[in-house]
Design a protein around this ligand. Structure first.
Ligand code: AMP
Length: 355
């Protein structure tokens, strides 16, 4: 089979989704001489602010998608809840990397868990909860009840101590299809971000330690303090996943490391990930540039850590402290240009490097 030619600088990348991940991808693409066009339904897309164009149309509008595809050479997505039909519509016109399979799996937590098992990744014990009978038979308690679809940043989840709480929690989540996961007593959380190129080569970014609060990532500290054997398992999990998905692009796998030394896969995202934002300031290649390289069929970049770093998210009104970060010689400030600082909204991040 002929090896596809790389897309040369000057080519145009289409990005489905208009948020900060697309924005930072477009900035990295511009540095390498590529143009990006963002497709997003919202009137103000922060990704579109830094791109060559913004096609504003619903994800269901196949005519607009065809027109968008006609303006670009390759298409990627910056969030995993893009409808599958949207990606399929784009695929009729242009390659979409990383493709339909990763979002098909990532959009449904039960599918995701089954897929993890199929590629040899251990997970927490879990049960499907879709009826009162499931609640009566539930194991995996105490646990966390999560909606199978559309949950992110801790939304669509409730902690449940026993069956009564499970019944109440399922009601609270609208009696939707859910998954009950056993509560993991973890020593720490980590994530592997793996790029896979057109030739099937993979590269895993050095991993860090992630701290979440209320289901939202607060900090990522690099390098990781895990012992080398656990570190190797974490990276192997990421690489197995990338091969299993057969993707071209990036995949992030969030994991728990338990107190008794097990690595458990929690959730994946086939796109750049918040826990990889440190790479912009402290890695030889940023995760955004790596995505550009992968989807354009370029060689993947080196991934060594240039400096130990700590990334902190700026959530809601925390971004109001921007002047202080600018005055701090150890801080690298990134603001996403969002108009309104709602509680829980990611407004920017800061990467702290040694002075
Ligand atoms: P998720 O939306 O699945 O990534 O969950 C968000 C965060 O909630 C995770 O990063 C953990 O901090 C916490 N969490 C989720 N699932 C579990 C679990 N089964 N056990 C313990 N903590 C969890």
């Amino acid at each position: 089979m002929a090896v596809p030619q790389p897309l040369a600088p000057g080519s145009t990348i289409g990005i489905l989704g208009g948020g900060q991940l697309g924005r930072m991808t477009a900035l990295a693409a511009a540095r390498l001489g590529y143009r990006c066009i963002v497709y997003a339904p919202e009137a103000h897309a922060i990704g579109g602010d830094v791109a060559a164009g913004h096609v504003r149309a619903p994800f269901e509008d196949t005519d607009a998608l065809a027109h968008f595809a006609g303006q670009v050479d390759v298409i990627t997505y910056e969030f995993e809840n893009v409808p599958e039909a949207t990606v399929e519509a784009c695929l009729r016109h242009r390659p979409v990397r990383p493709g339909v399979k990763p979002i098909h799996i990532a959009q449904h937590r039960l599918r995701e868990k089954a897929f993890f098992a199929s590629v040899g990744l251990e997970t927490a014990a879990y049960r499907a909860i879709a009826s009162e009978a499931d609640i009566a038979a539930a194991t995996a308690l105490p646990g966390i009840l999560k909606t199978c679809t559309e949950g992110y940043d801790g939304k669509g989840q409730v902690r449940v101590a026993d069956r009564a709480a499970l019944a109440a929690g399922w009601d609270k989540l609208g009696r939707r299809d859910c998954i009950l996961e056993a509560l993991v007593d973890f020593a720490c959380e980590t994530s592997a971000i793996v790029a896979r190129g057109l030739d099937g080569q993979t590269r895993c970014f050095p991993t860090g330690i992630n701290v979440h609060r209320d289901g939202i990532l607060r900090t990522t500290t690099v390098p990781s303090t895990l012992p080398p054997d656990l570190q190797a398992t974490v990276e192997r999990y990421g690489v197995e996943l990338a091969h299993g998905l057969d993707l071209v692009g990036l995949v992030a796998l969030e994991m728990f490391v338990t107190r008794d030394g097990h690595v458990l896969a929690n959730e994946m995202a086939p796109r750049p990930h918040n826990s990889g934002h440190w790479t912009i300031d402290a890695c030889a290649t940023s995760q955004f540039e790596q995505l550009v390289r992968a989807v354009c069929g370029l060689p993947l970049g080196p991934v060594e850590v240039l400096a130990p770093s700590r990334m902190e998210n700026l959530i809601g009104d925390e971004a109001d402290g921007w002047l202080g970060y600018l005055a701090d010689p150890t801080a690298r400030l990134h603001l996403y240009g969002k108009a309104e600082a709602r509680p829980g909204r990611k407004m920017g991040h800061v990467t702290f490097l040694p002075a």
